[in-house]
Design a protein around this ligand. Structure first.
Ligand SMILES: Cc1cc2nc3c(=O)[nH]c(=O)nc-3n(C[C@H](O)[C@H](O)[C@H](O)COP(=O)(O)OP(=O)(O)OC[C@H]3O[C@@H](n4cnc5c(N)ncnc54)[C@H](O)[C@@H]3O)c2cc1C
Ligand code: SF4
Length: 496
């Protein structure tokens, strides 16, 4: 009897999940496809492509060692790769893919899908929750998750008396000496070096010198343990802070591993709750971290499927500017916070949530950049990027391009927010406090420019009243708008 062929996508690298969960070497063969589209379809960040390819090749070797027949094909595209061998098998199965595009191309060639259990919330359940809500607030989803999953709750009430410790988790970076953790360097093995050599001739961005990303489950587990030992306790207070003294602060650095299946949210929860029960972890840090895993991550995935395929094209503000040249070269701008953030992306394919939201996306939104331009750049450059996570984060949360279907108000800020939450501004040629001087911080000027040019669209948004009122009171509004025009021009020309 012919075997069943299991197609393993590059983000399904887990023996106990999806289509591999019930697979046995006697009855199943396995195929991976490294497509030309994946290699050459975009100008990827080198760290990102290296990580995806090397992790998949390592995982393929582990499956071979278990006795499976494993084919690691190189092909023009995924479908033609699978089709080149599928006639020799009973059927082809795969876990439900994580993007609309792959779902369609696999469905078109008759692949049978197994429910996606890489998340805690089935898509249908999320849709059911959404339909029962007046607005899709993350906070309400999160509380529902806590109760549904029985995490930090007793008798339906939150452990410690509060659902949310966000107000304790917004500290700026410490001003005094503070010991940030060291980050692990993962020694590269033969497979890693083989991939690096193959990538040499491709037209990619970024550099591969930093060795902070491991490419096996063992290294992913090591990162999880390191986080629990050295950062979990202080994760909460500095969650939103940015500092030149530490590129990751106490963030877990787990998203790349989670997003390709080397770690799963259920096992992370188990380890995190066990560590919390052992003591010495403040509730605010534990709650803050749990919120990311069962709240934000699941919410974003749920929305990707709930909002549908066309959501990515939303453009509420009708923004049409191209991406600013500084996104392609960290050295080309004098804006300290931007240069430092882009440099982090070039070196590691990663910066934490606040630089993504309040520096990169904020700048793009303030400059009226077309949302899809930012989406493509982020997808090409971040190590943890996949379609399901990038689309709602960029189109909804960051650019407010969905007109508020996801967040009731846009995440935009002037230089004073960045100045409060970081230590960048002291070393910058610009002044975060002023808006119309020659050296005024571009963020500060553009914040008012954004409010002014979108004032009619915000008219009915009561959460924007205060900001719009503030704008109306500016005595130098005209000069601010005129300087804003110049700043956008300068940024688009790559001169700022
Ligand atoms: C514009 C923008 C783009 C983003 N793009 C991605 C992306 O491509 N891939 C990605 O995994 N995350 C993305 N995020 C969310 C978040 O920035 C990253 O998950 C986080 O920085 C990863 O680092 P960490 O593992 O150290 O996270 P931690 O701060 O330690 O948080 C723990 C985990 O929570 C989850 N999480 C927290 N917030 C989110 C969120 N908004 N969406 C999904 N998961 C979340 C992640 O799995 C993360 O590993 C984006 C956020 C913004 C604003
Ligand atoms: S002054 Fe403005 S541009 Fe400079 S670091 Fe501060 S926020 Fe960034």
């Amino acid at each position: 009897m012919a075997k069943t062929l299991v197609y393993v996508a590059h983000d399904n690298l887990n023996r106990n999940k999806g289509a591999l969960a019930g697979a046995r070497p006697e009855t199943h063969a396995i195929v991976f496809v490294e497509s030309q589209r994946m290699l050459k379809g975009a100008r990827w960040n080198r760290q990102r492509l290296f990580f995806l390819l090397s992790a998949a090749r390592h995982f393929a070797e582990e499956l071979k060692a278990e006795g499976f027949e494993v084919m690691y094909l190189k092909s023009n595209d995924t479908s033609s790769g699978i089709q080149s061998i599928s006639k020799d098998y009973d059927e082809v199965i795969s876990v439900e893919p994580s993007s609309y595009r792959l779902t369609k191309s696999l469905a078109d060639i008759g692949v049978r899908f197994v429910p996606n259990d890489f998340f805690l919330t089935p898509r249908a359940l999320f849709a059911q929750w959404s339909k029962s809500q007046k607005s899709l607030k993350m906070e309400n989803f999160y509380r529902w998750q806590r109760q549904r999953l029985g995490i930090l709750v007793s008798n339906g009430e939150p452990f410690g008396g509060r659902w949310n410790y966000d107000d304790e988790n917004r500290e700026p970076p410490p001003k005094t000496d503070y010991q940030w953790p060291n980050y692990t360097n993962h020694e590269r093995d033969l497979i890693d070096h083989e991939v690096i050599a193959e990538l040499k001739n491709l037209n990619l961005t970024g550099s591969i010198e930093e060795t902070i990303w491991g490419t096996t489950r063992k290294t992913a587990l090591a990162q999880l343990n390191k986080f629990l030992r050295e950062s979990f306790a202080e994760f909460g207070p500095y969650e939103d802070a940015m500092t030149v003294k530490s590129w990751a602060l106490h963030h877990s650095l787990l998203s790349p591993y989670l997003n390709i299946g080397l770690l799963t949210p259920d096992e992370i929860l188990k380890f995190v709750l066990k560590k919390f029960e052992e003591g010495n972890i403040p509730l605010s840090s534990c709650e803050g971290f749990i919120r990311q895993i069962i709240g934000w991550r699941e919410y974003i995935n749920g929305l990707y499927w709930y909002f549908g395929e066309d959501y990515r094209d939303s453009n509420f503000f009708n923004s049409n500017n191209p991406l600013l040249p500084l996104f392609e070269n960290s050295k080309s701008t004098k804006m300290k916070c931007v240069s430092d953030t882009i440099s982090g992306v070039e070196r590691r394919g990663w910066v934490h949530h606040i630089p993504r939201l309040m520096i990169l996306s904020n700048l793009a939104a303030l400059c009226d950049v077309a949302p899809t331009e930012l989406l493509i750049w982020m997808r090409n450059n971040f190590i943890d990027a996949t379609d399901w996570v990038m689309v709602p984060n960029v189109i909804g949360m960051s650019m407010h391009a969905d007109g508020g279907r996801m967040s009731t108000k846009p995440y935009i800020a002037g230089g004073s927010y960045i100045s409060r939450m970081s230590d960048y501004c002291g070393d910058c040629v610009y002044n975060p406090k002023t808006r119309i001087e020659g050296d005024s911080c571009p963020f500060t000027t553009l914040y008012w420019h954004y409010l002014y040019r979108n004032r009619d669209l915000f008219k009915k948004n009561h959460r924007m009243f205060q900001q719009l009122n503030g704008m109306k009171k500016l005595k130098d509004l005209e000069e601010t708008i005129s300087r804003g025009d110049q700043v956008i021009k300068g940024l688009l020309a790559g001169e700022i």
